[in-house]
Structure formats: structure tokens, C-alpha cells
Design a protein around this ligand. Structure first.
Ligand code: HEC
Ligand code: HEC
Length: 563
């Protein structure tokens, strides 16, 4: 605005000056005169008065103009610069958003960076796990801009987080990483919202510890199933291969022969494909997806289902989950029982859901039952039959192919899956993830409630870096504070690094101070620590009492509560 005013003023001044020049030129032209250089000069009297004064006046006017306009310009400058930066940032944020979409950051980090997970082959076990990926919509509460930039550029070794910057061997140049950082700044949620979520996250982590044995058992069952599928692969492949070939032929010749509904699939093709889909599901299913009727006694039907499931356990160990779930429903069963068959109405509904899931659990993905009607061109969900048929044939072919791959690569796949199973069985025996809250309370000299809170805080905020295997899941989690990506914190190491808490409340507790501020790159900390800037700051995330509680927990030296 002011810049414009100044421009206008300068323009006006320029025009006025031009005007004066022209007027004086015209004046001089009146009448023939002797040229200037041939005329006698003006006398001193005149030079020292009128001429001089005129010159002085002009100089004063010009100085006054500068005196007013320069400060005005100067005052306007920061705003002009800011406007420039703002425009620049907006473009950068927009580019960052595109890059984040292109490289699918949120596939791992959750929708809008709210936290998610990635499929990853865990290094020690060779098992494919679901690795937790931290939220990015609060990352600036933990890290400053340079630190976030660092993680994006270099990634984090031995985790699913790849290096994205050229310097780390990734595809993005520095500007692009900057753009991503600028974009991330715009998706940060308010601090208070994040802080308010902490109690829930702590509860979640404590519940996860309680459910640990069940989680490990479930992981073992999944791994068992993978091994069983290798055992079963030759038979499955032998069964599927001819069907896949036939299905593909059927689709190729679909245009030949009678086609009642004129949907470019012959009647023969429609009928045979439907038959095949039933045959294939019948082969893979351990049980038909039958439905218990709360109004008709079906205790015997259920007994039959359970028997079938148990009988198929060798082929499909995963079924143990559904048998267990149905047994648990029966165990806890009470409530209205309309048909008086000893299974309540509510339980029948729950059991139906389990049976449906069990029926699908052993079928290779994509294989579905279809009923194509030769007299209806869109017999499945309004979709053209040709589309349905193409999908079904594709699914049969890819199931056949994946069984073939298992058979052909058994020598490589089996030892790997069996080693994974061995790892999990070992984990089940050693239970390194266990944290005994009572033991922690004793070591801390605190109530069990405080001990549980300290453990919850640690698991929620610290374990992913300071406990090996934590992000891969319970079976892979080593002893609390064992050190993984970051230094070990067990055995009271923080006590060595930062000393005892000061007796005097006024004095700074170095450990608390470190947790509040995190580490700084190239700066020493504690007794002999040297910071890399990778230890986050927790001052903006955790209440002071919580940080003090964590410090007490770390100093106690018995992070898992087991001496
Ligand atoms: C394949 C999954 C995956 C993708 C894709 C991915 N990340 Fe990550 N990222 C992770 C995981 C997992 C971690 C945590 C690693 C660990 O366990 O220490 C992580 C950590 C981070 C961190 C450190 C945060 C912290 O608090 O420790 C930042 C920042 C980050 N990612 C940004 C990004 C950005 C930006 C992109 C896209 C350009 C991206 N990530 C893409 C999986 C992924
Ligand atoms: C994103 C990973 C990460 C998280 C999360 C994390 N830290 Fe750290 N921490 C580090 C790294 C890395 C260091 C080593 C210092 C450095 O490299 O700057 C460290 C160092 C420390 C140290 C000093 C250890 C020593 O002996 O030198 C303590 C104590 C500590 N962290 C406690 C915690 C606590 C408590 C939490 C949770 C509230 C936590 N950390 C969360 C990465 C992390």
C-alpha cells in the first residue's frame, strides 16, 4: 500500500518537474535573443540572491521529499518481505502435499499422519509383522524442523522407514524434503488435543501388556497356518491347476455357443463357472457357512460344526481361533433361549458370525462363490456377468499360481517359515516382554497405580526406540529398556548418566531436564552422553509430574519389575 503511494508521489514529482522544464523552455523562446554563451554573464548581485535562493529552495524541497519517503519505504519493507515468504511457503506446502501423496507416506503413517503401521519382515525372526509407524500430525511437538528433516532424509535403519533424501540414498532433493516438512507443519493437531489423548494411549499400552500371551499365541497360530499351507500346497496345486486352465479356456471360448441373455457369455460358460466356484470353495472350506436359527433347536448342528472344525485343524491350524471363540461364547452363555436348545439367542448370533468367519478363513483370497444365471445378463449385484466371470477366473488363476509358487520354492520358503515358528515358540517360552507392575512399584518405592502409570508412559512414548523389537509387536519385544535404536536404559544407566534426583526441590534434575528438552545435535549431555538430536523432547507432550514419574522409574533400575 505505502509502496504504491510512494510510487505515485514519485511519478507526480517527475511530471511536475517535466512541466517546469517545458514552461521555462517556452518562455525562453519568445523573441530572437542572443545565445547564452555570447551574452554577458549575470552580475554577482543577482547570482547571490535570486538564483542562489531558488537553488537552495529546490534542494530543501528534495531533501524533505527524501526525508519523508525513505522511512515510509523502509517501514513497508518487512511486510513486503513477509508477503513474499508467505506466497513462497504456500507454493512449497502445495508441492509438499503432492510429494507426500506420491510417496504414500500416509499408507504407513495413517490417514493424515495420525499413526499407522507397515508390513515388514522382522530381521531376527524372518516373520512378516505389522510394524507400528508413529503419528506425524504431532511430530513437531517432539522434534524441531531440522530433526524432522533429518528423519525424512535418512529414514531409520532396520525399520520400514526408508531414506527419502538424496543424501540418504533416496529420491528427493533438499528442496523437496523441505517442501514435505513445510506441508507436515500444516497438518499438526493442537497440542491440547494430543495431550488429552495420552491417558487413552497409556490404557491401550497397559491392556496390550495384559493381552500379551494371547497375542503371542495368535501369532504362533498364524505362523503355524503358513507352514501348514506349505505342507498342503502340492495337493492344493494339483487340485487348482486343471480348474484354472479350464476356467481360462471357458472365458476364451465364451462367445461361442448359445447365449440366452446375450451378455457375451455362453450359457455353458455361465453354468460351468458357477459350478466350479462351488466346487473350489467346497474344497478349501473346513465348514459350510451355516446359520443357527434362534427359533429352531440346533445344538446338534453346532456339535457337527465344531467336530468339522476340529477335524480340519491339521490342515488349517488357524481354525483353533474359531473353535476357541465358539467355546468361549458357550461358556459365558446366559440369557433368553427361545428354542430351548441350551444356546441363548444372543449366543447363536455371535456363533453365526464365528462360523461365517471360519468358513472364509481357509479360502485363498479372492475366491468367491458365484451363481451366474444364463437368463440374466447381470446376475451378481447388478454387475455385468462378463465382468463377474472375468474376476472369478482371474482369482482362480492367481490362487493356482500362488500354490504353484509355494510348491516350486518350497526349499527356500519352508526353512524360513519354520524358523519364524521356532522364533515365536521361543518367545512364548521366554516372555521377554513381561513387565511386573508390582515389582516396578517395589523398586520405585511407589504405589502400584503410579508404577502402572510410569510403565504406561514408557511403553507409549519411549519403548519404540529404547526397547528392542517393540514396534514389531509383542512376540518380538525384548526386555523393557534393553536398547534398540536408542541406548539401553535398564540397570539404572540413567542414574549413571544423570545422577540422583537433587534433594533440594529448587535444584535442576538433570534427567528431568533432558527428558523435557530431548537431545541436541553435537551437544554433550549428562556424564558422557553426546547428542545426535534424535532423542525427542517431551516437554510439550507430557505433564511435569509424568516426566518426574518417568525419571523415578528410570532411576529405579528395574524397568520390567523383575529382579
Ligand atoms: C513403508 C512405511 C513408511 C513409509 C512409506 C514412510 N514411513 Fe516414515 N516411518 C515409518 C516407520 C515404521 C517409522 C518409525 C520407525 C521406527 O520404528 O523407529 C517412521 C518414522 C518417521 C519419522 C520419525 C518420526 C518419529 O517420531 O520418530 C518421520 C518424520 C517420518 N517417518 C516421515 C515420513 C514421511 C514424510 C514419509 C513420506 C515421504 C514417510 N515417513 C514414509 C514408516 C514409513
Ligand atoms: C525416536 C526415538 C526415541 C524416543 C521415542 C525416545 N528416545 Fe530417548 N533417546 C533416543 C536416542 C537416539 C538417544 C541417544 C541420544 C542421542 O542420540 O541424541 C536417547 C537417549 C535417552 C537417554 C539417555 C541415555 C544415555 O544413557 O545416554 C534417556 C534417559 C532417554 N533417552 C530416555 C527416554 C525416555 C524416558 C523416553 C520417553 C519419554 C525416550 N527416551 C524416548 C531416542 C529416543
Amino acid at each position: 500500500m505505502t509502496a504504491e503511494v510512494i510510487t505515485v508521489l514519485a511519478l507526480v514529482a517527475g511530471i511536475v518537474w517535466l512541466g517546469i522544464m517545458m514552461v521555462s523552455a517556452f518562455r525562453n523562446r519568445s523573441g530572437e535573443e542572443i545565445p547564452h554563451n555570447l551574452r554577458p554573464g549575470i552580475d554577482d548581485q543577482q547570482l547571490e540572491t535570486r538564483r542562489l535562493e531558488r537553488g537552495q529552495k529546490a534542494a530543501i524541497a528534495f531533501s524533505a521529499f527524501l526525508a519523508v519517503s525513505l522511512p515510509l519505504y523502509f517501514l513497508a519493507e518487512p511486510a513486503r518481505q513477509e508477503g513474499f515468504v508467505e506466497e513462497f511457503d504456500e507454493a512449497s506446502v502445495e508441492r509438499g502435499e503432492h510429494i507426500v501423496a506420491e510417496f504414500a507416506c500416509f499408507n504407513c503413517h495413517g490417514p493424515l499422519g495420525s499413526g499407522g503401521s507397515a508390513s515388514y519382515v522382522e530381521k531376527r525372526s524372518g516373520v512378516t509383522v505389522t510394524w507400528a509407524a508413529p503419528s506425524l500430525d504431532d511430530v513437531f511437538l517432539r522434534y524441531d524442523e531440522d530433526e524432522v528433516n533429518f528423519w525424512i532424509t535418512f529414514g531409520r535403519g532396520n525399520t520400514p522407514m526408508p531414506a527419502w533424501g538424496l543424501a540418504g540414498g533416496g529420491p528427493m532433493n533438499e528442496h523437496q524434503v523441505n517442501d514435505v516438512v513445510n506441508y507436515l507443519k500444516t497438518i499438526q493437531r493442537p497440542q491440547q488435543v494430543i495431550v488429552n489423548e495420552m491417558p487413552n494411549r497409556i490404557r491401550f499400552e497397559l491392556a496390550r501388556l495384559e493381552g500379551a500371551d494371547a497375542a503371542v499365541a495368535a501369532a504362533i497360530v498364524r505362523q503355524d497356518q503358513l507352514v501348514a499351507e506349505i505342507d498342503q500346497a502340492p495337493a492344493d496345486s494339483e487340485f487348482l491347476a486343471p480348474l484354472a486352465e479350464e476356467a481360462s479356456d471357458l472365458l476364451e471360448t465364451a462367445a461361442e455357443g448359445r447365449d440366452t441373455d446375450a451378455d457375451r457369455l455362453s450359457d455353458v460358460t455361465e453354468t460351468r463357472l458357477s459350478e466350479m466356484s462351488v466346487e473350489i470353495l467346497g474344497y478349501f472350506r473346513a465348514v459350510e457357512p451355516i446359520v443357527l436359527d434362534p427359533a429352531a433347536p440346533d445344538a446338534e448342528v453346532l456339535e457337527g460344526v465344531l467336530e468339522e472344525l476340529r477335524g480340519a485343524l491339521d490342515r488349517d491350524p488357524i481354525l483353533v481361533n474359531y473353535i476357541g471363540a465358539i467355546e468361549a461364547i458357550l461358556e459365558a452363555d446366559e440369557g433368553d433361549d427361545t428354542d430351548e436348545d441350551g444356546i441363548s439367542d444372543a449366543a447363536e448370533a455371535q456363533i453365526n458370525a464365528q462360523i461365517t468367519e471360519a468358513a472364509g478363513a481357509t479360502v485363498p483370497s479372492g475366491l468367491v462363490q458365484v451363481a451366474l444365471d444364463p437368463a440374466n445378463p447381470a446376475s451378481a449385484g447388478g454387475q455385468p456377468d462378463l465382468t463377474t466371470a472375468t474376476t472369478v477366473v482371474g482369482a482362480i488363476e492367481s490362487a493356482a499360481l500362488s500354490k504353484r509358487v509355494l510348491v516350486d520354492n518350497e526349499g527356500r520358503i519352508r526353512p524360513a517359515e519354520e524358523a519364524g515358528l521356532e522364533f515365536l515358540l521361543n518367545a512364548q517360552r521366554s516372555r521377554t516382554w513381561v513387565i511386573d507392575i508390582a515389582g516396578v512399584a517395589e523398586a520405585m518405592g511407589a504405589t502400584e497405580e503410579d508404577a502402572a502409570r510410569a510403565v504406561g508412559l514408557f511403553q507409549t512414548n519411549c519403548a519404540r526406540c529404547h526397547t528392542a523389537g517393540f514396534s514389531a509387536g509383542i512376540p518380538y519385544t525384548q526386555e523393557a529398556g534393553s536398547g534398540g535404536f536408542a541406548p539401553a536404559l535398564w540397570d539404572g544407566r540413567p542414574l549413571v548418566q544423570f545422577g540422583e534426583a537433587p534433594e533440594d526441590e529448587e535444584e535442576v534434575d538433570l534427567l528431568v531436564d533432558f527428558l523435557v528438552n530431548g537431545s541436541m545435535a553435537q551437544r554433550p549431555y549428562g556424564l558422557n552422553g553426546f547428542g545426535s538430536g534424535r532423542m525427542p523432547a517431551f516437554g510439550a507432550l507430557l505433564a511435569e509430574e509424568d516426566i518426574e514419574l518417568l525419571a523415578r522409574y528410570l532411576r529405579s533400575g528395574v524397568l520390567d519389575g523383575i529382579e
